[in-house]
Ligand binder design. Structure first.
Ligand code: PLP
Length: 437
């Protein structure tokens, strides 16, 4: 082991090839706006908003100052049977931004906690109404809902489940994914084919009985599994099937929330309102860990009114509504509004689409897909080495100064919403050069 590798041994890194990384580390030491700085002084153009979270760009002063002020004024306040004004203010602001009667907010510390919370609220809601047989949870193949045991139960990425397969939630099932290269490759925006994939929910309903199903959870646009854009009409149809059978619909908007698709939420962009919405990442611009679950009026009231007195929902986190996170969240929402960043994402989307689709003829490209300021470039796997081409593409782009993200052999791009057209050209140009090699 080299001295460098030995110095890195103590940390067991998340979702990382630890041995490979520690042999050849990629270290980031600073960030500003669209760029990271690596430990060798190189500037790295951020094509992925960190991990889909830094939607307003890095180290923005209003957010940093809000966090610093809060750290000096109120570092921590217990959230159980106690409160502090900023968390109520942030909940009110978020409720205003969410569509329909998603009027209530439960704070969490991460996307995984948001998923766990939404699932627990869905189960609590049916129980509160005396609908006690509704216990099943339905996810979707290729879905990513974080890494908690509930999230991987409804999630559909085999590698994330296999090791723990004997310990997943009983009664979880999955509808089919929406990926259809044969009909939809190189679609611009939402693909034309595949609305009928939503009907797979009817198969699951027929199999188990609607009266046993509590909720369906999907990412409106699946991010981590390689940018699967919902076919036209698909989310609308899921909504109507859920309504027909009294099943709650949960949108996991941990990635799609806060402007990524050119509107506040995917729900807003496509005009489909879920019953529960899970959020994190862009909520605080990634600056302080925080998540939230948006809850429809009727669900909140059913749970509250089902208990005579005392605590209505036995659930919560030490860091639910943490003062620093709330300060960051309020400053982030202000920044999004003041700079019109969601609208900016929408107005840049056509340029983005044109730029990423120019990769169509690059060697090994099977598909390019896009929605809002997200793109997925699916590469042909090298025979006998699935994922190798994607990983090498990511490493070589990094060496050439652009941060991309690889999921297997799919490269995902999701830059901060402040990205300039010249920076889009730079990202796509570097990716094109790397693919050519
Ligand atoms: N849900 C979705 C759709 C995500 O993309 C992610 C993370 O990428 C999560 C949940 C989990 O979020 P976290 O990593 O903050 O737990």
């Amino acid at each position: 082991m080299t001295d460098t590798a030995a110095a890195l041994e103590a940390q067991w890194m998340p979702f990382t090839a630890n041995r490979a990384f520690k042999g050849a580390p990629r270290m980031l030491v600073a960030a500003k706006n669209m760029h990271y700085t690596a430990d060798d002084g190189r500037r790295i153009l951020d094509g992925t908003s960190g991990l889909w979270c830094v939607n307003a760009g890095h180290c923005r002063e209003p957010i940093a100052q809000a966090i610093a002020s809060s750290a000096l004024a109120l570092d921590y306040a217990p959230g159980f049977q106690m409160g502090h004004p900023q968390s109520f203010e942030l909940a009110r602001r978020l409720a205003e931004l969410m569509p329909g009667d998603l009027d209530h907010v439960f704070f969490t510390g991460s996307g995984s906690e948001s998923v766990d919370t939404a699932i627990k609220i869905a189960l609590a809601y049916h129980r509160a109404r005396g609908d006690v047989s509704r216990l099943r949870l339905i996810g979707r193949q290729r879905g990513y809902h974080g890494v908690g045991l509930s999230g991987i139960s409804v999630g559909g990425i085999e590698n994330n489940r296999r090791t723990w397969s004997q310990h997943l939630l009983p009664g979880a099932d999955h509808i089919r994914h929406t990926h259809d290269l044969a009909r939809n490759a190189f679609s611009r925006g939402q693909p034309a084919h595949g609305v009928e994939f939503a009907d797979d929910l009817e198969r699951v309903v027929a199999l188990h009985g609607a009266e046993t199903i509590a909720a369906v959870i999907v990412e409106p646009m699946a991010g981590s599994t390689g940018v699967l854009v919902p076919p036209v009409g698909y989310l609308e149809r899921l909504r109507s099937i859920c309504d027909r059978h009294g099943i709650l619909l949960i949108f996991d908007e941990v990635i799609t929330g806060f402007g990524r698709l050119g509107a506040a939420f995917a729900a807003t962009a496509v005009g489909v309102t879920p019953d529960l919405i899970t959020l994190a990442k862009g909520f605080t611009n990634g600056a302080v860990p925080m998540g939230a679950v948006g809850v429809r009026h009727g669900i909140y009231h059913a749970v509250l009114e089902s208990s005579e007195s005392g605590i209505e929902l036995f659930h919560g986190y030490t860091y639910s509504g943490h003062p620093l996170a709330c300060a960051a969240g309020l400053a982030t929402l202000d920044l999004y509004a003041n700079e019109g960043l969601f609208e900016r994402a929408a107005s840049l989307a056509p340029y983005w689409e044109g730029a990423v689709h120019s990769l169509r003829d690059a060697p090994g490209v099977l598909d390019v897909r896009n929605m809002g300021l997200v793109a997925g470039i699916e590469l042909e796997p090298r025979s006998g080495a699935p994922g190798a081409r994607g990983y090498e593409t990511f490493v070589r782009c990094f060496e050439r100064g652009v941060l991309t993200r690889a999921t297997g052999d799919i490269i995902a791009l999701s830059p901060p919403l402040i990205v300039a057209q010249a920076e889009i050209d730079e990202m796509v140009g570097v990716l094109s050069e790397v693919l050519a090699t």
